[in-house]
Design a protein around this ligand. Structure first.
Ligand SMILES: C[S@@+](CC[C@H](N)C(=O)[O-])C[C@H]1O[C@@H](n2cnc3c(N)ncnc32)[C@H](O)[C@@H]1O
Length: 217
């Protein structure tokens, strides 16, 4: 475990944002064709929203990328209000285009989630992190604490992400794509939020595991 002083931590945060913007400059172009093959559980987690078709609620996705999840949510819930936050403008451009045809109230912010988004609230009923937290290193604990503060009492957090692999080559491969896969997220989620559902699943006969977490403040 690397430990940073405050100054180093701030520098690392800026580096993380720059890494993401660089990485997704190209990856945004192939993202929607390729990720279905390994970002498992995204459809399943959307079934955990716990609202009816006509309900009005507000959902914020942190690291919404190309809008894969927000578009599905908009399709199913015509009255939902959507907030998409992402540090990569290339990814957000695609999300905005994709969601143009949806009638929902929606807003996108090209910002890193954290202090820069303190001005936003109006609290969401649900915060969704879908395959973003494992890429937000080293500041993921700060993001979870912010999500906790941003939710009202009874608000929900939904997380789907990589968990672990027994194959070092696989972890290194994902490390090259800026993903940290160390079982580090679930314990912190379980500490901060009241777990409603917490499940680890296996992909490709055990090459890696991913987890689904639904929690309440
Ligand atoms: C693997 S993609 C997931 C996209 C989408 N949630 C999905 O499930 O398809 C990770 C996203 O997190 C975004 N991201 C990374 N660091 C971030 C940060 N500090 N704040 C906000 N978004 C961030 C990236 O730009 C990228 O679009």
């Amino acid at each position: 475990m690397v430990s940073y002083n405050n100054q180093e931590f701030r520098v690392e945060k800026v580096r993380q944002q720059e890494r993401m913007c660089r990485y997704y400059r190209f990856q945004s172009k192939i993202y929607d064709w390729t990720r279905w093959a390994f970002l498992f559980g995204r459809t399943r987690i959307l079934k955990k929203l716990g609202f009816d078709h006509q309900d009005k609620f507000r959902i914020m996705e942190v690291g919404c990328g190309t809008g894969f999840n927000l578009d599905r949510i908009a399709r199913k819930y015509p009255n939902v209000e959507l907030v998409g936050i992402d540090v990569s403008e290339n990814m957000l451009e695609i999300a905005e285009k994709k969601l143009k045809k949806r009638k929902n109230k929606k807003v996108f912010h090209p910002l890193p989630y954290g202090k820069d988004t303190d001005f936003l609230f109006h609290p969401p009923d649900i915060i969704l992190f879908s395959y973003s937290l494992t890429m937000i290193n080293p500041q993921w604990p700060e993001l979870l604490e912010k999500a906790y503060r941003d939710l009202p009492e009874g608000g929900k957090i939904l997380v789907i992400d990589f968990h672990d692999s027994r194959f070092q080559w696989f972890k290194s491969h994902l490390g090259n794509h800026h993903v940290r896969m160390d079982r580090h997220l679930l314990p912190e989620l379980q500490r901060l939020f009241k777990p409603i559902e917490s499940k680890v699943n296996s992909a490709y006969m055990g090459v890696w595991q991913y987890f689904l977490f639904v929690g309440e403040k």
